[in-house]
Design a protein around this ligand. Sequence first.
Ligand code: AMP
Length: 196
Amino acid sequence: MRLVLLGPPGAGKGTQAALLSRERSIPHVATGDIFRSNVREGTELGQRAKEYMDRGDLVPDEVVIAMVMDRITEPDCGDGFILDGFPRTVAQAEALDKRLRKPSVPQDPLDAALNFEITEDELFRRLVTRAEQEHRSDDAEDVVRHRLEVYHANTKPLVDYYDRHGVLVVVDGMGTIEEVHERIQASLAERASAAG
Ligand code: AMP
């Protein structure tokens, strides 16, 4: 199963991706986590990404796309993957499609793009809690605000993009982790049975 998780920072993508990954035994590929571990290890990729991350800006497309294309060709992604935090721009979505699409197969190469919907109030509440718990350098209030602007400008258009491709699944992201997880399971089961 190939899934993409969409939604603003703090919408619960990472938490739900981890649950789905465990249940379905497919890797959870979180671009933010990959960048953070590269920053910690001081790799060249980490050094390139850090200035963008600290400002709450997107790392340039060519850097992210190359990294994700490498990751999803690793053997553990053979049965699928859950992409969390990628794509974040239309150019990234197009690069992913191009990589996955086989000309002989008409249907979309992704099984679903889950879009987490959540109110701004709840987002701020969660991001403040996360800032207290995780001490991420990009969870300071002004940077959070900027990340939300970047989300609206660059990433939100992907909702339409995946809707046009017929793979968009809207997930109500409000409520407990278990409630949201059950909604996702129900939506995916419904899609699978509709697809026969
Ligand atoms: P996240 O943990 O997904 O919120 O990502 C943290 C930061 O990593 C983002 O604010 C960006 O600076 C960078 N990043 C993660 N994924 C991407 C992506 N797909 N495109 C560009 N930048 C990204």
